[in-house]
Write a protein that binds this ligand. Structure first.
Ligand SMILES: CC(C)(COP(=O)(O)OP(=O)(O)OC[C@H]1O[C@@H](n2cnc3c(N)ncnc32)[C@H](O)[C@@H]1OP(=O)(O)O)[C@@H](O)C(=O)NCCC(=O)NCCS
Length: 305
């Protein structure tokens, strides 16, 4: 029987959250771009359309998220063709937004995931490294070239220009990542979102944004936890290669440590060799390896659109 699959909507948020909590607990998310499930609950609330689901009757029994790079089928429903059907849905989701590949993650030792990905026509794309900064590693304070100043993100005036800078900086990234002002606006509704966790660098006097470092500090009811991720660092393409990235890494670490958080970590795709080299040079040490597999998305025909 062909499973019933569709893109999810606001009415699916509860079932999606419950299945995701199960998957995080079971370790099914370890290969994804959100291994600990820190970001995913925000994404579910903000934009359930980023997820596809498989249903048995009204029951959600499987998920795919091209954004988080994971396909998951509930253990009692595996080996019934549901994963394969979710891949077809994921390909369609990526085609609709003009992505050239559907990317999914696996850990090097996950034999079932590898068998599944090979069977569904995926081939190896890249490796993502998770890197930790040892708590006792000294990191130099940032210094900015003449004419540039660093300041905190300010939700009142920076959303549009920061999203534009983010998308420009990530346009040629090995695994595409694009934000929308609507997504950020929804994130800002979270009372635990703190503007100062994101550092912006701008041209003095012009308010022209040049670079940023966004840290993801886990908080509950305003109280932060014990580790934080430098989740995104970007420099405007025409200012890349001038040492700003290094200063932004230092600024992010400075922010995290100023909060009293000892453990700073980040992830980087190995195809992004210059960024990997920079992070290691600043003292970050590889802790985990995740793999990315890709299946090309055939372009939409006129009748698909
Ligand atoms: C990987 C996973 C999504 C597969 O879902 P599924 O619904 O069981 O997969 P399907 O039934 O559609 O299987 C498709 C093909 O994958 C391969 N496959 C799936 N499970 C397999 C297993 N346990 N052993 C060997 N091959 C397997 C087979 O070739 C299968 O085709 P076949 O049944 O005709 O032989 C599921 O096992 C799961 O949720 N695992 C945990 C999450 C995870 O590791 N995801 C990684 C992929 S992103």
């Amino acid at each position: 029987m062909t499973p019933d699959v569709r893109v999810l909507g606001p009415g699916d948020v509860e079932a999606l959250g419950a299945e995701m909590a199960r998957a995080v607990e079971a370790g099914d998310m370890r290969a994804s771009s959100d291994p600990d499930g820190a970001f995913i609950h925000k994404l579910i609330a903000a934009d359930p359309g980023q997820f596809g689901g498989a249903f048995a009757g009204r029951e959600l029994v499987g998920l795919i998220s091209p954004e988080v790079k994971i396909a998951i089928v509930r253990p009692d429903r595996r080996r019934q063709g549901i994963g394969r059907a979710l891949v077809e849905l994921g390909l369609e989701m990526e085609r609709q937004r003009d992505r050239s590949n559907l990317l999914l993650g696996a850990l090097p030792d996950e034999a079932i995931a590898h068998a599944f990905l090979a069977s569904c026509g995926f081939s190896f794309h890249s490796v993502v490294y998770d890197l930790d900064l040892p708590p006792d590693r000294a990191v130099v304070a940032p210094t900015w070239p003449a004419g540039l100043v660093a300041r905190s993100f300010d939700r009142e005036r920076d959303v549009e220009s920061w999203v534009a800078l983010f998308n420009t900086a990530f346009a040629d990234h090995p695994t595409p990542l694009q934000l929308s002002p609507a997504f950020i606006a929804r994130g800002l509704a979270d009372p635990d979102f703190v503007d100062a966790d994101t550092i912006l660098v701008e041209e003095e006097g012009t308010a022209e944004l040049i670079g940023f470092c966004a840290t993801d500090v886990q908080r509950r009811d305003g109280v932060h936890g014990t580790s934080a991720e430098l989740w995104s660092i970007g420099v405007r393409p025409d200012r890349q290669g001038q040492g700003l990235g290094r200063q932004l890494v230092r600024a992010g670490v400075e922010r995290v440590r100023a909060l009293g958080i000892a453990d700073a970590h980040l992830s980087v795709n190995a195809r992004n060799a210059s960024a990997l080299g920079l992070y290691e040079d600043e003292g970050f040490v590889r802790s985990r390896t995740r793999e990315r597999y890709a299946r090309p998305v055939s372009p939409a025909t006129e009748t698909d659109r």
